[in-house]
Design a protein around this ligand. Structure first.
Ligand code: M6R
Length: 357
């Protein structure tokens, strides 16, 4: 898992290079699409586990950059809820293995409903890839660790390119908007390398986190799916109970859990919803909660909150912060599990690929 976390700047760099034309600063999809983004009025995304969280981040990107409504659900729910589809729309499936039973079943259902089927997969020979109308590969290389890490950030890289392509095709983004976004995207692998340098801070924090019984993760915007992913990662390899919440949901229930022993990990890059997250941190601070901020220097200074600990990320364009911010989130789960003496590569009860229901 450690190796795969550290490979991310390289594999995300390869993946982005496959989808971007650096010379013209445009998105250049490797495969011709068998549909026209202009003609779509809805996209559905379906996946499981970490791949589902990548899809949830993509929902924010598609809706913002392409003004395309996105419906997203975990495949195990999507497959049985008889969701109505308008024929001719787009259904996207995200999967590292390309063999996940629920995701595959959802794909087949979407095909019956006359959707264009596009998959984002890491294994190009997989069943999901074979049964898709268009395949957008992630170039993560083989992912061995049961806890998905590099596949996740590569999925995000592909999905953001698709969202920008959709935005251009639908006339929501201008050529100049696209250039600006692509210029910011090109910086992502370097930012991930810088993010890896926070590892000593993360390791020190992990020694503390390892003593916890429960951990709460909060985030807003694209940091919300990251909060869910952080909680999943911690649960699956350290067996500490963790929950991810949209920061704004705090006062609708989870605030009741806050006391002096409760670590609350707030993923908050300095973005346009940062002020809102600050008010949630104040609510936690007022109840003596142990706030751990994963944010940049500006976030640390402007929030004027006393953190229990802060992981300081490099400054970056907020649009794609979810990709580099995944790095400390993964490292935190990894180091916590290592401190606790767990086998991070073979966590109990889990299989790398879930090919049965
Ligand atoms: O191969 P897939 O991406 O379809 O797998 C989906 C999930 O089973 C997978 O992401 C799982 O949640 C991982 N253990 C998360 O680390």
């Amino acid at each position: 898992m450690a190796k795969e976390i550290h490979e991310q700047p390289e594999v995300v760099g390869h993946t982005l290079a496959h989808y971007l034309d650096m010379g013209s600063e445009k998105v250049a999809l490797p495969t011709k699409l068998p549909f026209d983004f202009k003609k779509l009025d809805r996209v559905s995304i379906s996946a499981c586990g970490t791949a589902y969280y990548a899809g949830l981040v993509a929902k924010y990107w598609f809706e913002r950059f392409a003004r395309l409504p996105v419906e997203i659900d975990v495949a195990s729910e999507f497959r049985y809820r008889e969701a109505p589809f308008q024929p001719g729309n787009l259904a996207i499936f995200v999967s590292q293995s390309g063999e996940t039973a629920d995701t595959l079943a959802t794909l087949r259902y979407a095909r019956e409903q006359k959707q264009h089927v596009l998959s984002v997969v890491n294994v190009p020979t997989s069943t999901i890839a074979r049964e898709s109308d268009a395949v957008m590969p992630t170039l993560a290389g083989p992912e061995i660790g049961v806890a998905s890490t590099k596949a996740f950030t590569c999925q995000l890289s592909v999905l953001v390119c698709l969202a920008i392509a959709a935005g251009r095709a639908r006339g929501v983004l201008s050529e100049e908007d696209e250039r600006k976004l692509v210029r910011a995207l090109v910086e992502v692998p370097r930012l991930m390398s810088e993010a890896l340098r926070v590892e000593p801070q993360v390791e020190a924090l992990a020694r503390d986190l390892a003593k916890s019984r429960d951990v709460l993760y909060l985030g807003r915007g694209t940091a919300y799916p990251l909060a869910l992913e952080g909680a999943l990662k911690l649960k699956e390899i350290s067996y500490i109970h963790a929950e991810g919440y949209a920061a704004g949901e705090l006062k609708h229930g989870p605030i009741a859990l806050i006391d002096e022993t409760m670590p609350v990990i707030v993923i908050a890059p300095f973005d346009r919803v940062f002020d809102k997250t600050v008010s949630n941190m104040q609510e936690v601070a007022a109840r003596g909660g142990k706030i751990i901020l994963i944010g940049d220097q500006r976030a640390e200074h402007e929030s004027a909150i006393r953190f229990f600990k802060a992981i300081t990320m490099p400054d970056m364009a907020a649009d794609f912060a979810a990709i580099p911010y995944a790095v400390p989130v993964q490292m935190l789960a990894y180091h916590t599990a290592v401190v606790m003496g767990k086998d991070v590569d073979q966590p109990r009860n889990l299989a790398k690929s879930v090919t049965v229901e």
